[in-house]
Design a protein around this ligand. Structure first.
Ligand code: TXE
Length: 507
């Protein structure tokens, strides 16, 4: 792909009309309702999405349950499940460009990033395809001479995956890879702000040869469709990526049915720069943490902690990069900062810019909606750097989810750690230093599910990902992720010729 290659939105000039996937059929919402989805760069409606409600969720859950209980999926060998996942991976790779274009049109992410993501997502499915037939139980060395015991690792049943708008397909891969490898069936609900790529992706399941009902996709607004998804008795597990508030509601609803839950919520991740760091690399690392994807990432390094000896010069360098960043059409490969994905998020970021200013933070770059010609009618925010931020300000405590950096000073490692850990969140963190001892101590003492040293925003299907504290529950990615989609059954087989005293427990 050349840097100058231009892409066009999938349905330029026409309105795409999407349908849900339930029980292997593409269907409208039962009530026939739809909602419109705008392209955040042009601000024009480009597609309609079914406005599913609880009754549609119930249809999908029943289809997933039928596929789990009675369909060929439940009887399929783990190796055969792996083969289907590998085929799916190949189809995603084949369609990477098309799927990436749809996601960019829907949520404004950069094509340069999405193309990379879509080429990487197949690796998730290859990894978990390989794991499918290695999920072994164990033969237990029983202390009872006449007993043969072993364990089986079995799927949970119907899993509901609820995803956010910032990376719908990547988040779906986090959930479907381990969940399907383990033998579960799924109902997936993408965000109402970016549903199209997931609906398009679902078509590949049919082509790959998955039995009907193994993956179902419903769409709609959380409050209108969420109750059935999180409380229906046939749902065994809910796995969610989104905001802390919605995560809490889902956790409460799922708890009433004693469902398993995995939650990946927001963060206020510290990116910490010591004065011995390679500062060119640190500048790039801080930029990638906060301005990539216009800051709309759960791991955004939105709190920059800089050692006081280099604070002023470092922050000024960031200001320069921010002011010079190329904004514009996300489909253009040379664009560095695209639009904000949706109107409520744009409004929320603008509110935080006002809050930061009223709290006394010093704005050294950006600080407003972008008015540049190349931004057209899109919902853009200028990449923003606030200096002289204290860790008690709201701009340092609450997730903004936009290109807004809050820069805080520290004196030494102890103070950096105290500030970094003084947050309700714990999703990620970054450390920039050339001192190995300091890097190790920091990685040990930072309260976060991920610590990046001299890098930022790196992910892998091989490496567990998830939050400490209020950033979530459980882990996605890596071998550990699959455990959350399995339950253990212990099987006891007596080799004795008779049953001993039936009035006593067999201990
Ligand atoms: O999130 P929600 P929103 C954060 C970010 C952003 C804020 C709001 O700070 O500003 O969340 O974004 C579904 N039952 N993150 O409003 O509400 C909803 O339909 C069941 C961080 O989009 O959490 C969507 O599919 N489902 C995040 C999903 O929950 C419900 C990434 C997420 O929506 C529901 C994106 C209900 N009652 C935003 N209500 C991250 N961790 O990366 C809503 N939903």
């Amino acid at each position: 792909m050349s840097q100058t290659q231009q892409y066009t939105a999938p349905s330029a000039g026409t309105l795409a009309r999407y349908q849900m996937l339930i029980g292997g059929k593409r269907v409208d919402a039962s009530a026939g309702e739809v909602f419109e989805t705008p392209n955040p760069f042009t601000n024009e409606v480009w597609a309609t999405i079914p406005r599913g409600r609880n009754e549609d969720a119930i249809r999908a859950i029943e289809a997933a349950d039928e596929a789990f209980q009675n369909g060929p999926w439940g009887r399929m060998t783990a190796s055969a499940r792996g083969r289907l996942l590998r085929r799916l991976a190949e189809l995603i790779a084949r369609d990477a460009e098309r799927l990436a274009t749809i996601e960019v049109t829907d949520n404004g992410k950069l094509m340069s990033e999405m193309h990379g993501q879509l080429r990487y997502i197949p690796e998730y499915f290859h990894y978990y395809a390989g794991l499918a037939d290695k999920l072994q139980g164990a033969v237990i060395p029983s202390e009872k001479e006449d007993m043969f015991s072993f364990t089986r690792r079995e799927p949970l049943g119907v899993c509901v995956g609820i995803t956010a708008w910032n990376s719908p397909l990547l988040l779906a891969a986090y959930k479907l890879g381990p969940g399907l490898a383990a033998g579960n069936t799924f109902v997936l609900k993408p965000s109402e702000h970016a549903s199209a790529s997931t609906l398009e992706f679902a078509k590949l399941f049919e082509e790959a040869g998955f039995p009907p009902g193994v993956l179902n996709v419903v769409t709609g607004f959380g409050p209108e469709i969420g109750e059935a998804l999180t409380t229906h008795p046939k749902v065994a597990k809910v796995t969610f990526t989104g905001s802390e508030g919605t995560g809490q509601r889902i956790y409460e609803a799922a708890a009433r049915g004693l469902k398993r839950v995995t939650l990946e919520l927001g963060g206020k991740s510290p990116n910490i720069v010591f004065d011995d760091a390679n500062l060119d690399n640190a500048v790039n690392g801080v930029i990638s943490g906060i301005f990539a994807a216009a800051g709309q990432t759960c791991v955004a390094g939105s709190r920059l902690l800089v050692q006081d000896t280099i604070y002023d010069q470092f922050v000024e360098r960031l200001g320069e990069v921010a002011r010079g960043a190329r904004m514009g059409n996300p489909l253009d490969l040379s664009t560095q900062i695209g639009p904000i994905a949706n109107a409520p998020q744009h409004k929320k970021i603008l509110e935080y810019l006002d809050i930061a200013k009223s709290e006394g933070a010093r704005c050294i770059a950006g600080g407003a909606a972008a008015q540049r010609a190349e931004c057209g009618k899109g919902m853009f925010i200028e990449p923003t750097v606030f200096a002289d931020v204290s860790n008690q300000m709201r701009i340092a405590r609450e997730e903004v989810f936009g290109p807004v950096l809050a820069a805080i000073r520290f004196k030494d490692m102890d103070e950096a750690l105290a500030i970094a850990n003084d947050t309700p969140y714990g999703l990620a963190s970054g450390v920039w230093t050339q001192d190995i001892q300091r890097a190790l101590i920091m990685s040990q003492r930072l309260q976060a599910g991920t610590v990046w040293v001299n890098t930022y925003r790196a992910i892998s299907y091989t490496t567990p990902f998830g939050g400490y504290k209020r950033s979530g529950l459980g882990r996605e990615n890596g071998m550990e992720a699959v455990d959350a989609y399995l339950q253990t059954k212990s099987v006891w087989i007596s080799t004795a010729s008779e049953v001993p005293n039936p009035f006593m427990m067999r201990v």
